[in-house]
Design a protein around this ligand. Structure first.
Ligand code: ZN
Length: 315
């Protein structure tokens, strides 16, 4: 078993995965304040939105403006989600640092959500790669494999199909691949198994783990992925997100809880947790009608928590 990574990136996806799943429409100035505060707290990778038609997701209609703002923050890796070539062209034009194309390994989920089979998404990634290269753009392409541990529509998703999709995405020209437990069906044993096999396929291109806390296992799943050497995780502040079919259900792993777990294990994240908690308090005001999650904000940091670990990476 490899040692834990010495440093880990928490990619904040609250502005995309979180906000797209809740009812409250957060105004652009507050999103900009969120980005600025997250940056000031040490976060260096933020998924600021999604280039989808505004009529489908009015919550994310200001994505181009947010990319432009975030790009001005030195050293911040600005990512966006895109569902297709059209969205990718907007991401390339906006000079996003990374565009994430979601692929659902569940055929039923893929047809329901993207109206494409997994292989049609792979073909779209090949077109996106060609467009990116033709534009001379530096935008990285990440293939994010969702429902990798099961699906609310289809039920079981075969591991062999998840790994086949991963190989296909790499063959189509994805620069990075990641695995997502979109609906909170994963457990640590399954995570460890799939990530170990994925590593053999993708090597260093295996980029990120994305775990929802629907059944309380997000941090346990992060731990299992850490054991296989994964060093980047998606998370949302206050664990916002959830599931449109299960009111009150938890969203992603909570960024502040994850930052605490990693720092307390001696793994550098570059994040100042007190500042992140202060931002969480703001967001709880902005989203006062929503159910928020996470536990660190209730109890605070323990007396045994070393301030040194908070700043280990920010020097
Ligand atoms: Zn998600």
């Amino acid at each position: 078993m490899p040692p834990f990574p010495s440093s880990v990136v928490i990619r904040e996806v609250g502005l995309r995965d979180g906000l797209q799943s809740i009812e409250t429409l957060l105004p652009t100035p507050q999103k900009i304040e969120w980005i600025d505060d997250a940056y000031a707290a040490g976060q260096r990778e933020i998924e600021v939105g999604s280039f989808v038609p505004a009529r489908l997701l009015p919550q994310l209609a200001d994505t181009a403006e947010l990319v432009a703002h975030a790009k001005a923050l030195p050293g911040l890796l600005v990512s966006v989600l895109v569902p297709n070539l059209k969205g990718a062209e907007r991401a390339i034009e906006a000079q996003a640092d990374l565009l994430l194309v979601p692929l659902s390994a569940s055929r039923a989920h893929s047809l329901a959500n993207l109206r494409k089979t997994p292989d049609e998404v792979v073909a779209e990634v090949a077109r996106i790669r060609a467009a990116r290269d033709a534009a001379g753009s530096k935008t990285l392409i990440e293939g994010g494999i969702g429902t990798a541990f099961g699906c609310t529509i289809q039920g079981a998703v075969e591991q062999s199909e998840v790994l086949r999709c991963m190989q296909a995405l790499l063959d189509a020209g994805a620069d990075r691949v990641s695995l997502a437990d979109t609906v909170g069906y994963a457990n640590p044993a399954a995570v460890r198994d799939v990530f170990e096999k994925a590593r053999r396929i993708a090597g260093d291109k295996l980029w990120c783990g994305h775990f929802h806390d629907t059944r309380g296992l997000a941090l346990a799943n992060v731990y299992a992925a850490l054991e296989t050497g994964v060093a980047r995780f998606d998370a949302t502040l206050a664990g916002i997100g959830g599931c449109p079919h299960a009111p009150g259900a938890s969203g992603n792993a909570a960024s502040e809880d994850l930052a605490f777990m990693l720092a307390d294990m001696g793994i550098a994240t570059g994040i100042d947790i007190e500042r992140l908690l202060a931002l969480r308090a703001k967001i709880s005001q902005w989203l006062s009608n929503e159910t928020l999650h996470g536990t660190l904000w209730l109890a605070g940091l323990p007396k045994t928590f070393s301030a040194q670990s908070i700043h280990a990476h920010s020097a």
